[in-house]
Design a protein. Structure first.
Length: 259
């Protein structure tokens, strides 16, 4: 330490981390949480005020609890289940830091317990520094995540699969053969490598992304059933309804009525 009381370290630019919150809400959740195959190209932040919900990752059940924050990295394959209704604070976000995490991680909610328990009072209120509170929580837990994985080894994956994920998420109607050609791989090699890296087949990944998008549109948009069918890559509402029922075990119409 110098005579001025300052630590002698070279100064560096202090810039805001490359984080973009895509969607967030504090919501009363029920059967819409049930999904046999979730997988998305963004991070997820979850805090549940009350019990009754859990996820299953590689046959491991992980309960969402009031005393924990759950972070789920991009392209993580898991299922979600619920018994009854529960309140959930969540954020979907992108992070430019390529941290080597390949599974959901839970952290103590104690540092933000007071803020979390008062969510109903400040959520969405500009005068209560809503955006500062949200980013404060997110940055704190990302910092905790970085500290936890410093000594862990990351899972290496073919860089072409990363490119393939970008292509699929830009156009959910492309076939495996079309995506394989775009990343200069044979169809068989692409499917094998994709499954090794992501944990499911390209077809299953594409279907899960289309279904999750459809579920979100049914709950949070005023689009008609025909418009949702087209937006999620189906030829018509009948094909969409059949696929939705096969995936979730319920009709899209029943989801729309509950919302």
């Amino acid at each position: 330490m110098s005579k001025t009381g300052e630590i002698n370290k070279q100064n560096r630019d202090l810039s805001f981390p490359g984080i973009r919150v895509l969607h967030y809400s504090y919501v009363d959740v029920h059967t819409s949480w049930n999904n046999p195959c979730r997988n998305a190209p963004f991070w997820r932040f979850y805090w549940n005020r009350n019990p009754g919900a859990w996820i299953v990752f590689q046959d491991e059940r992980i309960d969402l609890k009031m005393d924990e924050i759950l972070l789920i990295p991009p392209n993580t394959n898991y299922a979600s289940f619920a018994e009854g209704r529960f309140w959930q604070l969540y954020m979907h976000f992108e992070w430019d830091d390529p941290v080597p995490v390949s599974r959901p991680l839970a952290f103590s909610s104690a540092p933000f317990r007071k803020h979390l328990l008062e969510t109903e009072e400040w959520f969405g209120c500009a005068e209560k520094h809503f955006d500062v509170r949200m980013y404060a929580m997110l940055l704190y837990y990302l910092s905790e995540l970085r500290g936890r994985i410093q000594t862990e080894k990351g899972v290496r994956c073919d860089s072409r699969i990363g490119k393939a994920l970008e292509i699929i998420n830009k156009d959910l109607t492309l076939s495996s053969s079309e995506v394989a050609a775009k990343v200069n791989m044979s169809r068989d090699n692409f499917q094998r490598t994709f499954r090794r890296c992501i944990g499911i087949t390209p077809c299953r990944y594409r279907i899960s992304r289309r279904m999750e998008l459809a579920q979100e549109l049914l709950q949070h948009s005023t689009l008609t059933m025909d418009e949702i069918a087209l937006k999620t890559g189906f030829a018509n509402r009948y094909q969409f309804s059949k696929s939705y029922r096969q995936f979730f075990g319920t009709s899209p119409g029943s989801v729309r009525k509950k919302n």
